[in-house]
Ligand binder design. Structure first.
Ligand code: ASP
Length: 589
């Protein structure tokens, strides 16, 4: 037997017992006649004491232990004279009488303590050492707890966890697929699933009624901040449901998670906001509603005064930033440069300072009287002491830029408190999105999302403006400005699905080739159904009060999609290439 107890377990009540512990040497301290070692395992840290007077050879041996040595010790639990109230085992220590070195360790490349001296890359390369540290370890423990809560919650409500294949058919809609060559079918490829979307719908056709899966998904996208090429979803689907049924059930699940994981009670009814309101008021389809600073349209107020920048655009909008009227020229210049960065994409920034005495000062005083500037500031919702920031352009683009600016100002003013949780359902998305470049519609959510029944007339119309007005029976779960999940009621009638493909410019042949199996399945009695998926990594990160998902994944990829520990992806040898009938055209490295 390697141990009788873990390193997180012993308390004053155990004093007098003889125990055996095993773990890693976190730290050792020599204090004259005594040597102390912090012994660590997943459960905690226990102090070991070695006494030069009573057992010199053992104490000498202890002094030679290096960091991260794996040892086993036996000794008596005694009360500590100087207690450490910061750790649960801090009132006791082990007076060691026997010690075995189970394994030596090289000096680790960074300190394995809560505050590490290791940079990101180094910690990723030695992720197995990084995971020994509390911050990462605790994240993984929390992740496990969440997964168990989700499983139990859904299982208690008749959901079945059903695994779906990882090697599937490539359907190049949405993101790029990762593909896998098939040795047995020369020249043919599987794709890794971007999500089990079609399988879960087929499970509804199969009569399974309620499905879920905590499942890995793969998307070959350029990695923007905080994305991983493989990530995990809580994927769900239900039969015989309307939007309200789905929202109700998953609102319940999220409320349960909030309560059990972080002890937070969220409002009994999560607010709902239409996509149009979200865009108009927050410039985002995932608004952070923890603070106001809403966007106000001021187009009609500012046009027709000879300021050509405003006169020539579709939309002018503004936000009022509280308490920032005192911004210096340097600060407004810096903000102007900030919005001009390609990530925001504005051409310039107009501002109005509403001074404490009610007077106004703006960067466009030339074109407007003080009364007019005051009226604009009032329309932007400004009060005394506020700074009004104005951007313009095509409507949705300008709103989006204002949305980005609003988040930035929220960050700068400390309005985005990570300990405050403001969940929200965004509903009534447009079904279709027109793309000028390719001159066609794309499904805003995915091609199986149902149009709202009351919009079917527009859906069958051939006019672009009618099609643009069709809302989807789709919904997103948003928390603190982050989209945590989304889904929809699906199309379950073959003719509506056919029409959807037609609207998306997917020919019958193409649809049959890519989606034939699902179109076919729908002809055999598909029940009305709908579902959603939550980004599990992101839910974990937000519950942990952090924004980056990487810290909640045991072995994440870096921002070039590489596993720096395994050094993957990597080339494969010629024999393997031949077996797969592959030739690489990539330049030699
Ligand atoms: N499959 C969708 C996604 O991955 C979610 C859903 O509609 O259920 O975003």
């Amino acid at each position: 037997m390697y141990r009788t107890n873990t390193c997180g377990e012993l308390r004053l009540a155990n004093v007098g017992q003889t125990v055996t512990l095993a773990g890693w040497v976190q730290r050792s301290r020599d204090l004259g006649g005594m040597t102390f070692i912090d012994l660590r395992d997943r459960y905690g840290i226990t102090q070991l004491a070695f006494n030069m007077e009573t057992n010199a050879p053992l104490c000498e041996q202890a002094r030679k232990l290096g960091r991260e040595y794996v040892i086993q010790v036996t000794g008596k639990v005694i009360e500590r004279s100087s207690k450490n109230t910061k750790i649960p085992t801090g009132e006791i220590e082990i007076e060691v009488t026997e010690m075995t070195i189970l394994n030596e360790a090289k000096v680790p490349p960074f300190t394995i303590e809560d505050q590490s001296d290791g940079g990101d890359d180094l910690r990723m390369k030695y992720r197995y050492l990084d995971i020994r540290r509390n911050p990462v370890k605790n994240n993984l423990i929390m992740r496990h707890k969440m997964a168990m809560l989700v499983r139990n919650y859904l299982s208690d409500r008749d959901f079945l966890e059903i695994e779906t294949p990882m090697l599937i058919k490539s359907t190049p809609e949405g993101a790029r697929d990762f593909v896998v060559p098939s040795r047995m079918n020369p020249g043919e490829f599987y794709a890794l699933p971007q999500s089990p979307q079609q399988y879960k719908q087929l499970l509804m056709v199969a009569g399974m009624d309620r499905y879920f899966q905590i499942v890995r998904c793969f998307r070959d996208e350029d990695l923007r901040a905080d994305r991983q090429p493989e990530f995990t979803q809580i994927d769900c689907e239900m039969s015989f449901v309307e939007q309200e049924d789905v929202l109700d059930l998953f609102e319940g699940m999220m409320r349960h998670l909030f309560k059990e994981v972080i002890g937070v009670e969220i409002a009994p009814k999560i607010p709902r906001m239409s996509w149009y309101d979200a865009m108009d008021n927050y410039g985002s389809d995932k608004p952070d509603i923890r603070y106001g600073m809403k966007i106000h349209e001021i187009t009609s107020l500012v046009q027709g005064h000879g300021f050509s920048v405003f006169d020539g655009v579709e939309y002018v909008g503004a936000i009022a930033v509280p308490g920032c009227a005192g911004y210096t020229r340097k600060q407004t210049d810096e903000l102007t440069e900030w919005v001009k960065r390609p990530q925001v994409g504005a051409k310039g920034l107009v501002y109005i300072k509403v001074n404490e005495d009610g007077s106004v000062k703006s960067s466009v005083d030339k074109f407007y009287t003080p009364e007019e500037v005051q009226a604009i500031a009032a329309a932007a919702g400004a009060e005394k002491g506020d700074l009004v920031l104005v951007l313009c352009g095509a409507k949705r683009k300008a709103q989006t830029m204002l949305g980005v600016l609003r988040i930035e100002m929220g960050n700068r003013l400390g309005l985005r408190n990570p300990k405050e949780y403001a969940p929200l359902w965004v509903v009534d998305f447009p079904l279709l999105e027109w793309d000028d470049e390719t001159q066609r519609f794309y499904a805003m959510h995915q091609p199986f999302t149902a149009p709202k029944p009351e919009h079917l007339d527009w859906f069958y119309s051939n006019k672009k403006e009618d099609l643009e007005r069709v809302c989807a029976n789709a919904y997103d779960f948003v928390l603190n400005g982050v989209e945590l999940g989304g889904g929809s009621i699906r199309i379950h009638e073959a003719d509506v699905q056919q029409r959807m493909f037609e609207v998306l410019g997917i020919s019958k042949e193409d649809a049959d080739y890519k989606f034939g199996f699902i179109i076919n399945a729908f002809k055999f009695g598909a029940p009305p159904h709908g579902g959603l998926a939550f980004g599990f990594d992101r839910v974990c990160a937000l519950f942990g009060g952090q924004e980056t998902i990487r810290d909640y994944i045991a072995f994440p990829k870096n921002n070039m999609g590489r596993d720096v520990m395994l050094d993957a992806p990597s080339r494969i040898d010629d024999v393997q290439m031949d077996e797969l009938f592959l030739r690489s055209t990539a330049p030699a490295k």
